[in-house]
Design a protein. Structure first.
Length: 551
């Protein structure tokens, strides 16, 4: 069984490596974002980390990019030969990468040396305090399969000469092509994909990537965001293949991505983070990436949409002349520095994620809004860290209930159906579907909210005493009476029918008066047990779904 490997930290000493000195970067077990202004050294950090790990044996496994599972820093950042002499003046000050190999700490000093073939320097990861039973090797990379995704992944086929572009069908295991389709679909909604994966290259650019098949256009005709996403999906599929082939000998993997946010819409970034966390867990990956995106930082940072207990982190660097870790690593401090907001100005508050609550129609949304007024909705929003938004869809209850089985997007929505809609056990088990309340014992069309309120008006008109009579007296109209109810709601005969189209028409005609008189609130007071049960179920569904949004 192979040793399990984790990247732990990168320490810079004094004198600095280039301009990076006297600070220590600690990496999270799953996802680490490194942020800071241009030219601060983020790519150098990625290069040093990627250079320290990988499978380098001849004839070893290759990724779907057609390359071995390792990266060399001289292919990532330019290291001039003139830098070697300066770096070798004090070898002990060279950056040190620390890893855990089966729980044993291994430290590698990043020693800069000459390279005879290229006019660039290279960095050799040399073990510090080498033990006799060291399985890694004195000058060897730590055996953790590594893929580095740099900016060449964004080379545009559309801007290249037609003769320089090549596309060939890529033979890929079904599990790997399915992973690519699932990953891309989870990030860019509405994309129609298939598993006809193609290998794409642009001569002279060193670009190599794979793309799933697109039903509506050629895979070359992708946007920059889709192109970048395809490269990330190719890397994930490669690790999936490696894990399957190695079995118990698989040590985990390291995915390093420069400028991970490039080309993505802010809303797609939120889904990208969720998808990366999912596959990092599945494939035992550590992902280390740089970013300039406030939305990406917010999606991972525990002060934003992240979770303080999650194995993720955001590391922010300050001062391009003398880079160092920002003393204040709060989300607010990071966003303030990114915008260069003076200390006496408050940065704009980051919006909470929106939790959409879907209804069958306008009538259901109006009924629910009367049961859960604005103040109550605001309290729930604050409690669960979301912005709740009512969204009437205009579809039947059975279709609404089935949406999550068609698209996982709807698992992140609360679905409110009318009381006369049947909710299957599998839909109820998802925790995001709630029925509107109705009168105990009601059956059939009598459970629809329109017929429920019509019958309530009739009941309070005929009641001589008790809660129903009290409800009549509490209506918000001058001198409420059964005669006034009849004249205002039933005189035209529209309220007599129980057919769906008639009841909808009755509701639309009378909604402003129902709202003004507070009819729904009085119904809720009479049927308090049913209303309270609905409110509890609604809050539970909000809590369950908000937890998914905030992962």
């Amino acid at each position: 069984m192979a040793a399990k490997v984790k990247v732990k930290s990168l320490a810079f000493g004094k004198p600095p490596f280039r301009k990076l000195g006297n600070f220590n970067v600690e990496f999270a077990d799953r996802l680490t974002l490194i942020a800071g202004h241009n030219g601060i050294g983020k790519s150098t950090i990625l290069g040093l980390v990627a250079n320290t790990f990988g499978f380098t044996e001849r004839g070893g496994p290759k990724s779907y990019f057609g390359e071995p599972f390792y990266a060399n820093i001289e292919r990532i950042v330019y290291l001039a030969l003139a830098e070697v002499a300066e770096a070798q003046k004090d070898i002990a000050s060279a950056p040190i990468v620390t890893a855990s190999v089966n729980g044993i700490e291994v430290r590698k000093r990043c020693s800069m040396t000459h390279r005879t073939v290229w006019k660039r320097a290279r960095v050799v990861p040399r073990t510090i305090d080498k033990s006799e039973d060291d399985a890694v090797g004195q000058d060897a990379k730590i055996p953790l399969p590594t893929i580095y995704l740099g900016m060449k992944r964004l080379a545009s086929a559309g801007e290249a000469d037609e003769k320089e572009v090549a596309s060939t069908k890529l033979e890929m295991h079904d599990d790997d092509s399915a992973l690519m389709v699932d990953f891309v679909s989870a990030v860019i909604l509405g994309t129609e994909l298939n598993t006809n994966v193609t290998h794409q290259t642009i001569k002279g650019s060193k670009k190599k990537t794979a793309q799933p098949g697109y039903k509506m256009h050629d895979a070359f005709a992708v946007s920059m965001g889709q192109d970048s996403l395809g490269s990330i999906a190719t890397a994930l599929a490669s690790f999936n293949q490696l894990k399957r082939d190695m079995g118990d000998d698989y040590p985990g993997g390291l995915l390093v991505i420069d400028e991970m946010d490039v080309g993505f819409h802010p809303h797609a970034i939120e889904r990208l983070v969720k998808a990366l966390k999912k596959y990092a867990n599945r494939l035992d990956l550590q992902i280390i990436a740089t970013t300039h995106s406030p939305r990406l930082i917010q999606a991972v940072h525990p002060d934003g949409d992240g979770n303080v207990n999650a194995p993720d982190s955001v590391i922010y660097l300050l001062d391009t002349k003398r880079p160092r870790l920002a003393p204040d690593q709060s989300l607010r401090a990071m966003l303030s520095d990114m915008a260069m907001i003076p200390d006496d100005e408050k940065p704009s508050r980051q919006p909470k994620p929106t939790l959409a609550v879907y209804f069958e129609d306008d009538e259901a949304a109006q009924f629910c809004a009367s049961l859960i007024p604005t103040a109550n909705k605001a309290a729930l929003s604050k409690k669960y860290g979301v912005r709740i938004n009512w969204v009437p869809l205009g579809i039947g209850g059975s279709h609404l209930v089935s949406l999550p089985s068609k698209d996982p997007l709807f698992l992140d929505r609360v679905l409110i159906v009318d009381a006369d809609t049947t909710v299957p056990k599998d839909a109820a088990a998802r925790g995001n579907t709630v029925k509107l309340p109705s009168v105990p014992g009601a059956v059939g069309v009598a459970r629809s909210l329109e017929n429920t309120i019509k019958q309530f008006l009739r009941d309070i008109s005929t009641a001589q005493e008790g809660p129903l009579h009290e409800a009549l007296l509490k209506l918000s109209t001058v001198n409420p009476s059964s005669d006034k109810i009849h004249v205002n709601f039933f005189q035209d005969g529209l309220g007599e029918s129980t057919k769906r189209e008639n009841t909808k028409a009755w509701w639309k005609k009378n909604w402003s008066r129902l709202k003004k008189w507070g009819v729904i609130q009085q119904w809720a007071a009479v049927y308090k047990a049913e209303t309270d049960a609905f409110e509890v179920a609604f809050e539970n569904s909000v809590a369950h779904t908000a937890a998914r949004l905030n992962k």
